[in-house]
Ligand binder design. Sequence first.
Ligand code: ADP
Length: 280
Amino acid sequence: MNDAGTAAPVAEGNSAAAIAKPEPSQPSSAPAKIRVTNLSFFYDEVQALFNNTIEIPDRHITALIGPSGCGKSTFLRALNRMNDEIPGTRVQGEVLLDGVDIYGPTCDKVILRRRVGMVFQRPNPFPKSIYENVAYGPRVHGEGRKSRLDEIVEHSLRRAALWDEVKDGLHKSAFDISGGQQQRLCIARVLAVEPEVLLMDEPCSALDPASTFRIEELMRELQKDIAIVIVTHNMQQAARVSDTTGFFLKGELLEVGPTLRIFSKPDDKRTEDYIQGRFG
Ligand code: ADP
C-alpha cells in the first residue's frame, strides 16, 4: 500500500469504481450524526480551512482524501476539538453533533471526546499492560468495579478483533505486541468508552498489508454501530472501505459524494486528476 504521503494512483483501466464497495441502497436516508457548516480554521493568522460544509452520516464510513497539507487532519481534529490544544488556533462556523453545537458554551470536551473518539497514524498505546490500556478510559469516566472492567476489556478487545490474540497475555506490556496489534489495541481503547463516532487519521499508514486488511475489516464491522471518518492517502483504501468521500484541496472541501460516484464520475476535474494520480 502507499503510505508515503502521496496519492496512490488508480491504474487506468482498473478504475477504483471496480473495487469500490457497493453503494448503500439509500445513502441519503442515513441520518446525519455530525453536521458541519461553513467551517473555517486558523493557525494564528494562517487560514487552513475555508468554509467547509459536510454531513457525516451515522453508521457510514466517510473518507477524506486530498494531497498532503490540504487540511484533512485539521478538519478531522475539529470534529472533537482536538485542535483546541494547539495555542493560537481559532475556529469559525458550526459543528453539530446530534444537533448540538460542539463549540457551544455548554460543551464538555471530556464528554465530547468520549463520544467522538480518535485513532492516530502511529499506534500510541500507553506504557502499560494491554488490560490497563483498555481499562484506562472507563476508569477515568468513573468505572471502578473490577468485574465490570474485566467485561469492558474483553468486550472492547473482541470488538477490535484482538481478543483471541491477546487473551492469554492481558498483563503483558502493550509494547510487546506487533504494530498492527497495537493499532487494534488503540481502537479497543477508544471503543471501551463506547464512542458514537470514530475519527481515524491515516490509521494504516504505519502498518503492513495484512494488518491494514484487518483494520479495514474491523471498520466495516464497527460501521454497523457507529459513524467513522477516515483520513487516508490511499485511494484504493478509500474506494474499498468508504460509503462517502470528500475531496480536500488547499483547505477547501471541493467535492463530497457517494464514493462510487466520486471515484467513477467526479464533478470536479481536480478530483479526477487527484484520484488518477496526476498530482498530490
Ligand atoms: P493534511 O492532513 O491534509 O496533510 P493538515 O491539516 O495537517 O493537512 O495541515 C493543513 C495546513 O495547516 C498545512 O499548511 C499545515 O502546515 C498547517 N498546520 C497543520 N498543523 C499545524 C500546526 N500545529 N501549527 C501550524 N500550522 C499547522
